[in-house]
Ligand binder design. Structure first.
Ligand SMILES: NC(=O)c1ccc[n+]([C@@H]2O[C@H](COP(=O)([O-])OP(=O)(O)OC[C@H]3O[C@@H](n4cnc5c(N)ncnc54)[C@H](OP(=O)(O)O)[C@@H]3O)[C@@H](O)[C@H]2O)c1
Length: 162
């Protein structure tokens, strides 16, 4: 299982249930990495999408404590353990954890890699991803060249579990 996330310099990922940045090349990267795969997300992240709709061309798994929660085009599970059980037969590169902060935190111990788009600017956020640079069981394995969109500099990074 892998995680994919875009973070600010201070590892912020969102504010007011929305993303901090909109970088077309990062959106494209996300689409390409997760196309045809299974994605796992929390209810807040699903509800942050346009019309609160699951993403097309992917198997969408939503985590919610609400036993009555139903969404057309998605499978609902009620705990990280239930998600892991449902996906236990899939190869690790078939499953992407796509947020938000609660679900990243719960699923990171089961992720082998994290694809992190690092925006090189701090931003006011109310949701964060764990700072992988400070965790001894993760290492930065790949870093892209510096890219820029409308003055915002960023890099595509890959972290691996040691
Ligand atoms: N930068 C990025 O790459 C990125 C990616 C995704 C999201 N985001 C941002 O992250 C923010 C949303 O993150 P968030 O932390 O507020 O929400 P979230 O993780 O998307 O969803 C939280 C909800 O998921 C359910 N949940 C989480 N852990 C659970 C558990 N252990 N057992 C059962 N249900 C569980 C609960 O739903 P119920 O309340 O229904 O029980 C909980 O309220 C937004 O700002 C979004 O834009 C950023």
């Amino acid at each position: 299982m892998y995680a994919i996330v875009a973070v600010s310099k201070n590892w912020g990922i969102g504010r007011n249930n929305a993303l901090l940045f909109s970088i077309p090349e990062d959106m494209k990267y996300f689409r390409e990495m997760t196309a045809g795969k299974t994605i796992i997300m929390g209810r807040n992240t699903l509800e942050s999408f346009p019309n609160g709709a699951p993403l097309k061309n992917r198997r969408n798994i939503i985590i919610s404590t609400n036993e009555d929660y139903k969404v057309e085009g998605a499978e609902i599970v009620h705990s990280p353990a239930q998600a892991l059980e449902l996906l236990s037969d899939l190869p690790e590169d078939e499953v992407y954890v796509v947020g938000g902060s609660e679900v990243y935190r719960a699923m990171l111990p089961f992720c082998e890699k994290a694809f992190v788009t690092k925006v090189l600017k701090s931003s006011e956020a109310d949701r964060f991803f764990p700072d992988l640079d400070s965790l001894s069981d993760w290492k930065l394995a790949q870093v892209s060249e510096e890219k820029e969109h409308e003055g915002l500099k960023y890099r595509f990074c890959v972290y691996e579990r040691i």
